[in-house]
Design a protein around this ligand. Structure first.
Ligand code: ZN
Length: 480
């Protein structure tokens, strides 16, 4: 069976044919970009018939020497049985994917990614905006300049590229931030809504209408941005609202920011995403204590408030064990998740003595029983010039950043870009220990023909986040 594969219709093709299809698709895509014609829908190019059997896979929590057959029905796992099928007899059948000896794991998730400001460093339109100092103020300045030139055409082109590349890395769901303010108005949001629709069959794009700029400290006291954000929160297709309290000019306004945006989330029945405490200064009091007080003061849980996701929070890296325990107590029954962004934080976040810091997510999970995930954040812009759209590369970086090298550590890191990432944005997921009834959202690693270097375990894919993946969402292949 070496070299054989199945397309989304379950029809057997070999690797060479698949490569040719891929090259054709890439050439078609390049032509589309240059002509600026709207792309065809994925379903017009690739058939998307459902799979009903995935044959001969390795599973994360089973011994790597054992192989399994998964039956899929209605987008869920219908059964998990020891491998007994005969691929030579069934590979030609529609809905059968022969994946002998490949590792099947839960699909990946971007818990935090900026859709509108991706690839600014690669896009020819913005090539004059080069990094010269590489600090936060410059990143804000360059991004502000870029935003003044944003148009639907480049927002769609760059955003489409990010989603497409993410799907090829195994992503089936993402929380995508689109900024709303007096400069871009609804340009980013409108493009995000179009992309959400365009990709709805292949990837769930959860849109967060996001106030990156101050809600109270602007020239007009934030009147315009608050008006725009209020309208955005009501828009169909906007799933989440979020803001950045740390950009306000003082602590009073930071608290006003949290009060206002949390009210907006609660009244509209939407999850809340706050980018908080983005500093490493011991002298600066963390805002998180006030934020939790405000949220509890709103009777968040009793009023059915949705999930609260807190990103960045680098200031918390200076917490003592006592602070962490207090944090767990203060959160109490609030549905709070933390998202660490190590790729961005390592580039951008340092204190005066040049110490680095990023949320110690694995320790927060294991030692303090907090909910957490890690994410890519930015791709190809002045906030994070390095890295790509692969959440697994962040898990791989985590092995070094958190000195998390054991099998158990690797499994937690994988969960942080998979099941825990989905939980952090309120999406159901299979755990790495698959069970019947779990969503059939998977990533398949490696090809059939690479022999003993084929990665067999979660530990191996976290150590080596190499390419060669296929993505399955709701029981359908979303990549070739
Ligand atoms: Zn961010």
């Amino acid at each position: 069976m070496a070299g054989l594969n199945s397309d989304s219709n379950g029809v057997k093709v070999n690797e060479e044919e698949a490569t040719v299809h891929y090259r054709d698709a890439a050439r078609d895509k390049a032509a589309r970009v240059s002509s600026r014609a709207p792309p065809p829908r994925y379903s017009d190019v690739y058939s998307s018939g459902p799979l009903h059997t995935i044959v001969g896979v390795r599973l994360p929590c089973k011994p790597p020497s054992t192989l399994w057959d998964l039956a899929v029905a209605d987008g869920k796992i219908a059964s998990i049985e020891p491998f007994v099928s005969h691929p030579h007899d069934i590979a030609h059948l529609p809905g059968v994917l022969v994946a002998t000896e490949r590792l099947l794991a839960p699909s990946l998730c971007h818990a935090h990614i900026h859709l509108d400001k991706c690839f600014l460093l690669q896009d020819p339109k913005f090539l004059d905006l080069e990094i010269e100092t590489g600090d936060f103020n410059e990143a804000m300045e360059l991004t502000t300049q870029a935003k003044s030139r944003f148009e639907e055409e480049d927002l769609l082109r760059r955003g489409r590229q990010l989603i497409e590349e993410s799907i090829h890395f195994g992503v089936t769901v993402m929380r995508a931030f689109v900024e709303v303010d007096g400069d871009v108005k609804f340009k980013c949001l409108d493009a995000g809504l179009k992309l959400k629709k365009e990709f709805e069959e292949r990837c769930e794009v959860q849109l967060c209408a996001f106030a990156q700029l101050p809600l109270f400290s602007g020239e007009d006291g934030g009147v315009e941005i608050r008006d725009l954000m209020s309208q955005a929160a009501h828009r169909e297709g906007v799933d989440v609202v979020g803001s950045t309290p740390y950009v306000e000019q003082d602590e009073v306004k930071m608290k006003m920011n949290v009060r206002w945006i949390s009210m907006m989330a609660l009244f509209n029945g939407k999850p809340l995403d706050l980018h908080l405490d983005y500093n490493l200064e011991k002298s600066q009091d963390p805002l998180i204590w006030s934020a939790l007080e405000i949220l509890k003061g709103r009777n968040w849980t009793e009023r059915g408030g949705k999930r609260i996701t807190l990103g960045h929070c680098t200031r918390l890296t200076l917490f003592s064990p006592e602070d962490w325990r207090k944090l767990k107590d203060e959160i109490s029954d609030l549905p709070v998740s933390f998202v660490g962004l190590p790729t961005s934080d390592l580039f951008m976040m340092r204190n005066e003595s040049r110490a680095r810091g990023t949320l110690p997510i694995p320790e927060m999970i294991q030692a303090y029983k907090l909910d957490g995930a890690i994410a890519v954040n930015n791709v190809g812009n002045a906030f994070t010039p390095q890295g790509n759209c692969d959440p697994l590369s962040v898990a791989s970086l985590g092995v070094a950043v958190y000195q998390a090298g054991t099998k158990k550590d690797a499994e937690i890191l994988y969960e942080c870009v998979s099941s825990r990432a989905k939980a952090a944005i309120g999406v159901p997921s299979a755990s790495v220990d698959f069970a019947v009834g779990d969503p059939a959202d998977f990533v398949l690693f490696d090809r059939l023909d690479i022999g003993w270097r084929c990665r067999k375990t979660i530990t191996e894919v976290v150590y080596d986040a190499g390419p060669h993946r296929q993505t399955i969402r709701q029981g359908r292949l979303t990549t070739t």
